[in-house]
Design a protein around this ligand. Structure first.
Ligand SMILES: NC(=O)c1ccc[n+]([C@@H]2O[C@H](COP(=O)([O-])OP(=O)(O)OC[C@H]3O[C@@H](n4cnc5c(N)ncnc54)[C@H](OP(=O)(O)O)[C@@H]3O)[C@@H](O)[C@H]2O)c1
Length: 292
């Protein structure tokens, strides 16, 4: 591909930073769009380009997309998700950006429609992308280990408990590092592999199995407890309502899926929950070395 920079939005966040680090490690020219240029500079060093601005500032977006070859489109769950992502995509099309790789919602939040305000927002952006002249692929990752599972592991270390609305509901958790690897693959590949790609880890793991894996990793019993999910608030903060819906959909078994997209694209197996739990437990329970 050409040496036009790749623009990454959401670059300072949990997933975006993994994508930027990988692109820089491959020697790709990268530009990030951020409200916090100093944070981006501290995270990524001197070699990358920084475009400062807010998604709501079209002039800043127009400056950010100028000369860009490909775009990684990522923004947080919020009432602004559709407006923000459509604005970035439209600015990119106006600047002749050649490809958009979007981080979308989990497939089970989007299909079937009507179950998730977050999934509906991502679906609206996907429809918009499908109507643009620019080629676009939407990555639909299942629940990320680094978000949902990391909290479960921390709670187990502190309270020796795993609490879930349905202990036998499984999740095809995916490691965010595998999502980043696929995003980089689709940013750099000669062609995209479809309009939507449903990304999962290698297997479906229930909360009861997570408790068993934590028992083995911590070498002490971790109890598995069921607790009914809280009701989804009708009003209030968008993200909290979205997360309450995720909990209910997961309890109903909707996230219990796996696909072969990651191994097909990357030529290797995705990272496992068992390995992630061991890694996290080792990191979280490490005794700091004595410094005289
Ligand atoms: N967690 C999961 O299991 C999961 C599963 C499927 C899909 N997803 C999707 O992943 C996305 C969230 O990714 P993440 O957790 O990596 O995000 P995150 O850590 O919350 O980071 C948010 C990023 O967005 C940027 N940002 C926020 N508001 C902005 C604004 N007004 N203008 C410009 N930049 C702005 C922030 O940059 P600055 O602060 O530097 O400006 C930051 O880099 C969501 O779309 C979610 O639906 C998550």
């Amino acid at each position: 591909m050409s040496e036009r920079p790749i623009l990454v939005t959401g670059a300072t966040g949990k997933l975006g930073r993994l994508v930027v680090e990988r692109l820089l490690a491959r020697g790709q020219p990268v530009r990030v769009f951020t409200r916090r240029p100093e944070t981006a500079r501290a995270l990524f060093g001197e070699t990358l380009q920084i475009a400062a601005g807010d998604f709501g500032d079209r002039a800043a977006l127009d400056t950010a997309v100028r000369g860009v070859g490909r775009l990684l489109l990522l923004s947080p769950i919020s009432t602004r998700l559709v407006t923000d992502q459509v604005a970035v995509a439209d600015a990119a099309v106006a600047a002749n950006v050649a490809r958009i790789v979007k981080i979308s919602g989990s497939d089970w939040t989007i299909e079937p429609p009507g179950n998730s305000i977050s999934g509906e927002a991502h679906a609206a952006v996907e429809r918009h992308l499908n109507g643009l002249p620019t080629e676009a692929v939407s990555l639909r990752p299942n629940a990320w280990m680094q978000v949902s599972l990391a909290n479960t592991i921390r709670n187990a270390i502190t309270n020796s408990q795993v609490v879930a609305a349905n202990l036998d509901a499984g999740i095809g958790y995916i490691d965010a590092r595998d999502i980043a690897d696929v995003a980089v693959h689709q940013l750099l590949a000669d062609r995209i592999r479809g309009r939507t790609l449903n990304l999962t880890g290698p297997d479906v793991v229930s909360f009861r199995q997570v408790a068993a894996l934590l028992t083995a990793a911590l070498k002490r019993p971790v109890a598995a407890l069921e607790k009914p999910p809280r009701t989804v608030p009708k009003e209030g903060d968008f993200e909290h309502r979205a997360v309450a819906q995720f909990v209910r959909l997961i309890a109903a078994g909707r996230a219990a899926t796996t696909t072969d997209v990651v191994p097909t694209l990357l030529g290797r197996s995705p990272r496992t929950v068992a390995d992630f739990i061991l890694e996290q437990v080792t990191a979280e329970t490490a005794v700091p070395e004595y410094q005289p």
